[in-house]
Design a protein around this ligand. Structure first.
Ligand SMILES: *Cc1c(COP(=O)(O)O)cnc(C)c1O
Length: 425
């Protein structure tokens, strides 16, 4: 059990995501985790609704993932990737090339999701230099997006709600179209695409790439937009000859009900970013994939100027390989479909609550949008008291549990959400 002194040390000395050291929020000490359960150091057990921010799709302490990382550990935990290669990087990259659309043939393995985005943006810029069109330096995206917290990634996040407005004056200025309005299952309306189309048409000659989260806008508001929107984005990129960068860091590996969210629209990007569930949540790893033609364009002006110290870390690659193998062996579509049905059933009751603005479910993602921003610490306490781990932000109470969550656990999770939302002031 973590001592009160250690918790006090934590509060006084350790930063947590999006926190202040003068007004620290309570943290819960987790001792261990197993399957879909988090075990707190005081002995309480919580059903995990978050999969540790989309990542732990196979659950915690998975025997095969544990064995895979242990096997790699006994050989080498790390070796530099400059001038050296290793089997785990090769095997993982083979799997990624195989399971993504045929044209995505090259793999850059980096440290995290944000870095996968940084690499994608650099690739796009270098590609246009390679093609002797160096004026193509603009990125275009939509409002409501989230692509990470590093510097250039921040510049394509939602400029208002994207948690980075503090840095706005020193960030590069890119172009933002309106957020897609037509929801995933509403009838499509072409007018929804007008904002992005006209923005790009005005800047046709300077656009390097359009950057999007396919179908699911995650941390920027948990919106599910219409697949036709994404089809139109691909057509527009082809029309004006710019690149399409898709950020599947949150959605990749089955989460939205398709293996990749872009599959809802049947389109393929020029550059694809992966992260989060890539390692089944074991350690951090990002991947940026491109077509052969993008790779050739980049190489036309020399080497790609990126090479992190821990590039293609063997432990990360080996455990990612195992995670990807598990995804390919399991009937993930069946599991995600089962979770989707369970979330729909369980969250239905939240629709009638006066303080709830919207309830939406897509794949293994369930969202209750409240009318007003919630008191995160107070709500968190209520959730823990009811034996579930849900971490709201803003107006959003949302879950994306590990795929191994049982039907009973889904019921427990959704019942807690309905009860806690009902009693939220
Ligand atoms: C989480 C996330 C990122 C950033 O990944 P990190 O590993 O946190 O750097 C980027 N894009 C999307 C869509 C994400 O959900």
């Amino acid at each position: 059990m973590i001592s009160p002194e250690d918790l006090a040390f934590d509060a006084a000395h350790i930063w947590h995501p999006y926190t202040s050291l003068t007004h620290p929020l309570p943290v819960y000490a987790v001792e261990s985790a197993e399957g879909c359960l988090l075990k707190l150091s005081d002995g309480r057990v919580l059903i995990d609704g978050m999969a540790s921010w989309w990542a732990c799709i196979h659950g915690y302490n998975h025997p095969r993932m544990n064995a895979a990382i242990a096997e790699q550990l006994s050989k080498m935990s790390h070796v530099m990737f400059g001038g050296i290669t290793h089997q785990s990087a090769i095997d993982l990259s083979k799997q990624l090339v195989e399971m993504t659309p045929d044209v995505l043939e090259t793999v850059f393995l980096s440290d995290s999701g944000s870095i996968a985005i940084e690499v994608a943006l650099k690739m796009a810029l270098q590609y246009w230099v390679g093609l002797e069109q160096p004026d193509r330096t603009q990125f275009v995206t939509v409002r409501g997006g989230y692509h990470g917290d590093t510097y250039h990634a921040m510049s394509v996040c939602d400029p208002v709600g994207g948690m980075h407005s503090l840095f706005a004056s020193s960030l590069p200025k890119y172009l933002f179209a309106d957020r897609p309005q037509i929801k995933f299952d509403q009838p499509w309306d072409e007018s929804d695409f007008e904002s992005l189309r006209s923005l790009v048409m005005q800047q046709e000659e300077t656009v390097a790439a359009i950057v999007m989260e396919p179908i699911v806008q995650g941390a920027g508001g948990m919106h599910f937009y219409h697949p036709t929107y994404l089809k139109r984005v691909r057509e527009l990129c082809d029309d004006v000859g710019c690149l399409l960068i898709l950020d599947e860091i949150a959605t990749g590996f089955g989460r939205s009900g398709k293996l990749f969210a872009m599959d809802h629209a049947g389109i393929v990007p020029d550059i694809l970013c992966l992260g989060k569930a890539l390692t089944g949540g074991y350690v951090t790893l990002g991947a940026t994939m491109t077509t052969r033609s993008v790779a050739h364009g980049i190489s036309a002006c020399g080497v790609l100027m990126h090479g992190p110290t821990f590039m293609a870390n063997p432990l990360a690659c080996r455990v990612a390989l195992e995670s990807v193998r598990l995804v390919r062996e399991m009937d993930w579509a069946l599991q995600v479909g089962r979770i989707e049905a369970g979330l729909r059933r369980g969250l239905e009751a939240a629709k009638g609550l006066a303080n709830v603005a919207d309830v939406r479910v897509l794949g293994a993602i369930g969202v209750v949008e409240m009318v007003k921003p919630v008191d995160v610490a107070a709500m968190q306490r209520e959730f823990v008291a009811r034996g579930v781990w849900v971490r709201p932000f803003g107006k959003l109470v949302y879950v994306m549990p590990p795929f191994c969550i049982s039907d009973e656990q889904i019921e427990g999770l959704t019942a807690a959400i309905v009860a806690v939302c009902a009693s939220a002031s």
